[in-house]
Design a protein around this ligand. Structure first.
Ligand SMILES: [Zn+2]
Ligand SMILES: [Zn+2]
Length: 388
């Protein structure tokens, strides 16, 4: 007990060096209350299957101490509640302890989830990274508790290779994913036709409803004795205006509306094509029928759908990258805002390097106006791949 009390005093000394010895003494929490807190926390540890962890108790004490530092009148209140116990502590102190306990529980949960996500094949990439980053955030928050702004704990975390490795692993996964999305999207751009590819919907136009067949000449060839009639002349001399072939190769068809003659099979293909003027006579452009309903071709549609899902993936990846950046800079930088984008910088340069090496004309450029301070742009890679 006396070690607890003295470590508490030590903490108070460290946190409030400017307090007079009397004021510091006043801040000491009565041991009865300390014991109550210890009991409650130990009970919670038991209930929630936590690792029996003396650091939890120490943290609770440190937080109590922090509260006292901020609201100095608590010392007196706590002294009065010595015999009563945790349940009758001032409500905001009780809430604080409960929040802290919740955070601890959340941290345990996310630690388990992160362990599961890192090893399971059933977890998708983004959930995997998200839960692992959340775990790192929780670990960090739990150990520092934002209200104490404990720089020493941050220094300790900075020196832990496992923490940094986990952060780097997550970043590498994000880089791979961002690269995959950009690369595939670039491939799709090349696959998509310049003009929108359409296909017709519903039943075909029946060509017979637009006119009538012209009877082909008899098998016997025309001769001097048997001069060619009009139809025979038509079959031998005139040509279909669509395929420019004579009607000996494909039967002729006369349009009822305008009287023009075209190859029957060519007309059928024409009227059922996706061309905008496929509703007209191919010769004189007289309107013959209404347009068939069209839609994007299945291939174009599939590519566009894939593009949309890639865009969603990219947005997600960049959002998570932002979170990684924030965490990394909170721990390894000097402050969140001052170095925003610093951690991401290396990751982004790696994506750019891959784009450049593979002739993908897209890359990240610095842009202070966007959240990550990097924006994806079309770029012409210089030889050697200089990245602005
Ligand atoms: Zn033809
Ligand atoms: Zn016509």
């Amino acid at each position: 007990m006396s070690t607890l009390r003295s470590s508490l005093m030590e903490l108070i000394n460290r946190l409030c060096p400017d307090l007079s010895p009397t004021a510091q003494a006043q801040l000491t929490i009565p041991m009865g209350t300390v014991n109550q807190i210890r009991q409650v926390f130990e009970e919670r540890i038991r209930q929630h299957d936590y690792d029996p962890d003396i650091t939890l108790i120490n943290r609770a004490l440190r937080n109590t101490d922090e509260l006292i530092r901020q609201e100095r009148t608590y010392a007196g209140q706590l002294r009065l509640t010595e015999a009563i116990g945790l349940h009758s502590l001032p409500s905001h102190l009780r809430d604080f302890l409960r929040d802290h306990d919740n955070l601890y529980r959340a941290a345990i949960r996310s630690r388990r989830l992160a362990g599961f996500a890192a090893t399971s094949k059933d977890v998708d990439l983004f959930s995997n990274i998200k839960v692992r980053i959340l775990n790192l955030w929780n670990t960090y928050s739990l150990r520092t508790i934002s209200t104490t702004r404990s720089p020493s704990e941050r220094k300790r975390i900075r020196k832990e290779p496992a923490f940094k490795k986990e952060l780097l692993d997550c970043t590498d996964l994000l880089v791979d994913e961002i690269w995959r999305v950009i690369h595939r999207n670039f491939q799709i751009q090349a696959l998509l036709p310049e003009e929108t590819e359409l296909e017709n919907i519903g039943p075909d136009h029946i060509v017979d409803t637009f006119g009538s067949d012209i009877t082909p000449p008899p098998a016997a060839a025309a001769s001097m004795l048997n001069p060619p009639d009009e139809n025979t002349k038509l079959y031998h001399t005139q040509r279909c205006c669509i395929c420019l072939d004579t009607y000996t190769s494909h039967p002729a068809f006369k349009l009822e509306t305008c009287g023009h003659v075209v190859g029957k099979s060519c007309l059928a293909a024409w009227l059922n094509s996706t061309a905008t003027n496929a509703t007209t006579c191919p010769f004189c452009r007289t309107e013959l029928c209404t347009r068939r309903a069209r839609r994007l071709s299945a291939r174009t549609q599939a590519l566009q759908t894939e593009q949309e899902s890639l865009e969603t993936c990219l947005k997600k990846a960049l959002r998570i990258m932002q979170d990684v950046d924030r965490l990394a800079n909170t721990i390894y930088g000097d402050g969140v805002d001052a170095t925003l984008g610093a951690w991401t910088g290396d990751a982004v340069k790696e994506v750019n390097r891959r784009c450049c090496a593979n002739g993908v004309m897209v890359g990240f450029r610095r842009d202070g106006r966007v959240a990550l301070r990097w924006r994806l742009r079309r770029v012409e890679w210089a030889r050697g791949g200089v990245v602005a």
